[in-house]
Ligand binder design. Sequence first.
Ligand SMILES: *Cc1c(COP(=O)(O)O)cnc(C)c1O
Length: 406
Amino acid sequence: MKLKDIEFNTYFKNYPDANGYFGKYGGSYVPPELKVAMEEIADAYYTICKSRKFINELRRIRKEFQGRPTPISHLERLSDKIGTGAQLYVKREDLNHTGAHKLNHCMGEVLLAKFMGKKKVIAETGAGQHGVALATAAAYFGLECDIYMGAVDIKKQAPNVARMKILGAKVIEVTDGLATLKEAVDAAFIAYGNEYKEAIYCIGSVMGPHPFPMMVRDFQAVVGFEAREQFVGMTGELPDAIVACVGGGSNAMGLFSGFLNDPVDIYGVEPLGRGNKMGDHAASLTYGEEGVMHGFNSIMLKDENGEPAPVYSVASGLDYPSSGPEHAFLRDIGRVKYVIVGDDETIDAFFELSRMEGIIPALESSHAVAYAIKLANMIGKGSILINLSGRGDKDMDYVIENYGIR
Ligand SMILES: *Cc1c(COP(=O)(O)O)cnc(C)c1O
């Protein structure tokens, strides 16, 4: 498949196909009993995504509860300091309720659960961000919420554990193996296998088996559609480039969705962590190879046994050994360029945006800011729109403890 063969004005109709494939990536690789559950979710989603009532309800929630539309801010002081003439802008998902983009898909997923008559939502969480967003949505809609979390992560992420509990979620401690995200995923899947009649599994990014990569993208697309209209309204033209960080890839697909059909350069930024040795980074699209994990085919980082490799990033929301199948597809056809940014540049960008603009970014989002600053130095004139996926309150203690005040 080549870029020139793709019709971007019918892109969302054709990708994914009916079986959930973006080219050769995606699909649904799950045990037979869950296959039925996934088909039930897909059928329900295909019904509601065309329903006026559902769309209007989600629109109302976005406005009255989430605080959308989030603004775009022009980074005037930072752009002046860079001094090449390039102008930087940020889409402020840090101002979305709960402080990040994740609530965009969690509200959609739980509204769907409610439509399907489910009583409970189930998920795993690593750093706790997905757990908090889902617990928020579950509280809003009055559904039970079971969050599986490794014992090690529970210790490390005390504030998010407290948030989930205050919001009424049950945080279930997983003590198997290394007691982190991987074991939490396994435990949540087993629980879902037993409870799928009453419960729905809510995946936290554009990954997992079909229909999740499509559904989460569609729920996040509000970011890109809003941003395109706002940016043209503000400046009279399209941005020259857009930039977003990529963990699983949901905030990036959200922004990219608004601009795929435009003459705009698109960059996805992967975490290079401490360097390019296995175990020191989580740059799956840059260093990975094709493989199936967690129910879908994509590009992933494998160890010598072909299992998901250990990964690392200073931003815990980015340390996942694969990325959503749509990103693998957009990489292969050349529509999106995937680039890498390490921990040090990320920390510099974290302080730079805080000092120059009064916005403390999440460490995940700081990867995108760091790359945009580099790009501004390279392209000179032109405009760059960054997706500021979340605010950095959650990262402040960690940064000060490990890096001090720069
Ligand atoms: C979780 C998270 C990410 C990474 O997830 P994606 O699915 O890649 O968007 C990025 N930024 C923030 C603030 C997050 O909480």
